[in-house]
Design a protein around this ligand. Structure first.
Ligand code: FES
Length: 148
């Protein structure tokens, strides 16, 4: 094979590969990347009750959490007072990934792009630009409920 034949074939191959990248890059982008518009709507709870927990058997250690109905409930302190807990939407307001609670840091962190939220849902670090929805926690006779 002559050198110019080899280069010509290589050029065609590279062009085809780049075209493929371009098609995949444009064609696979189906979600709206706008910060704060991650295509996730926080749960509203038709009857208002999103989550119930028996505190005699669940969430007994500080930092423990439970996810249900699009809500993450976390124990922040000891005791059975409602103020010992926080409940926020579990889906990140950036692009909808499920956030985790980091007990050592005392904040929520999104594993996808690293957004951080306070225990009240406020944005501490982007790329998320919108706060997490915070829910109401009530405790009666060691039964905790989270409502919209
Ligand atoms: S999905 Fe991007 S930071 Fe959470």
């Amino acid at each position: 094979m002559e050198r110019h034949e080899f280069l010509a074939k290589l050029g065609i191959g590279v062009a085809a590969a780049c075209t493929g990248c371009s098609i995949v890059g444009c064609g696979s982008k189906v979600s709206d990347p706008t910060p704060g518009n991650g295509g996730n709507n926080p749960p509203t709870g038709g009857n208002g009750n999103l989550l119930s927990v028996n505190l005699n058997s669940e969430l007994q250690s500080v930092g423990s959490s439970k996810v249900s109905n699009g809500v993450i409930l976390v124990r922040l302190a000891a005791g059975a007072a409602a103020s010992a807990f926080t409940a926020v939407q579990v889906s990140c307001t950036h692009e909808g990934s499920s956030i985790n609670y980091n007990n050592a840091l005392g904040l929520f962190i999104c594993p996808n792009h690293g957004s951080e939220f306070s225990t009240t849902g406020a944005v501490l670090q982007g790329p998320a630009a919108t706060a997490l929805k915070k829910y109401t926690v009530n405790v009666v006779d060691n039964t905790l409920t989270v409502t919209a």
